[in-house]
Design a protein around this ligand. Sequence first.
Ligand SMILES: [Zn+2]
Ligand SMILES: [Zn+2]
Length: 363
Amino acid sequence: MNSHLFIPFVFASILATSISAVAHFFPNASSIPPSLLPTTPDGKWDTFKNLTGCHAGQKIDGVAKLKQYFNYFGYINNNNSSINFTDEFDDNLKSAIETYQLNFNLNTTGQLDEPTLNQIVRPRCGVADIVNGTSSMNSGKTTTTSHIHAVKHYTFFPNAPRWPAEKTDLTYAFLPDNGLSDSVKAVFSRAFQKWAAVIPLTFTETSSYGSADIRIGFYRGDHGDGEPFDGVLGTLAHAFSPPTGRLHLDLAENWVVDGDVTSSGAVDLESVAVHELGHVLGLGHSSEREAIMYPTISTGTKKVDLAGDDVEGIQVLYGSNPNYNGSATATTTSQERDTNGSGSRFVAQPWWLWILLAVALTL
Ligand SMILES: [Zn+2]
Ligand SMILES: [Zn+2]
């Protein structure tokens, strides 16, 4: 092929690939263009609110979808994934709702009341609350200890896997195709620090993606691990138990990198990164609302500090960092939402793309 034709061809191919992989990163919530914000406050799960008041014995459009939701997060045990759920509110669904209510500290009514649906529609982590039918969170606790102040809520994956004891420095790398900016990478560096401060592990970035212990990537939709992402809101990210080291985030979210996050539809990247790293290290979901490992996070919210529950849980797996002074604070800020979308959007564009563009234009 003639080189003058070849170079623009390569450029066009790379440009096409790059555009399809552009993630939405914003310095702050007010720079998100309104066109990118979801049309309903909680995205597609908002339609579940139409089921308010629905109870056992009824048959209503949308119940089948809700059963799929509960199946995905481990509340309806279904080994046969090809089974078609019906729109009937049956006993299985009632029992799933009761378990869910227990896990999220809601009144155990077994009904689709407003507080339950308001919790169900919140954006959340894609990791199941109940893994392989093993009850975790509140529903898995055998004793009622609500009268004791120091209730443990942290959980582990089945058989409590952790990174091997001889591995005290874990390396991490970013999916090269994402072409992430330094400011996005810095978010993860801060998130790693939250965990490194309390356990005797260190985390070091490496450019060698293939050999890194922890591999971080933003993906859109189906990305080959059987856990497809679902677009804006819904599931935000997921990660695998140790020593898998895979941490995936939904490319479609409006990720706020480090500025003000208080806007409907904006998702704070660091908050999600700290949570997912908890999974990478071996923690499951916690029923403690203040815990980093609580499964849901509202849009416009920043929650990046480990709670006592997170610290206790991770130290059961790894022990304490000798320099840890024993203080853990949980702060959640959710200020008034600002939906005024203006300002510029910055996206991940690899530097070599601009060089190629320059070369192509001079030909
Ligand atoms: Zn999670
Ligand atoms: Zn994935």
